[in-house]
Design a protein. Sequence first.
Length: 148
Amino acid sequence: MPTTPPKAALLASPDDVEAQFYDALREADLDKLMAVWADDEEVVCIHPGGPRLIGPAAVRAAFEAVFANGAVQVQPEKVRRVHALGAAVHSVVERIALNTPEGVRTGWVMATNVYLKTAQGWRMVAHHASPGTAQEPPELVETPSVLH
């Protein structure tokens, strides 16, 4: 008898977690989205302009409310990564397609995603998204002062 594959694959890297997180947003799949989160009462999520949500139940309720309006057409871009042995921080520019009465518009949100390596593989422990903008945010990159 065929069985349904699990919603969460082995999340072998922070990039795997991030890919599943954004896939789940685009699919409005709450179970798939929650599978990327660590099973820890101290996980944190902040939606643009929203309160700080602490714990899996609060995170789940917030995304359930988001998905009540349908899938989120979001694409992560310009990912900047800082990785250590058991932790990773990704700074992401999220490009979001918004349906408006005037047609589809694009908005941008800057987000920070934090991942920890757990016994179940890499998992998200924090997602913090800034209020959105109508224009793509600039990226100021420091130029090296020493040439090699």
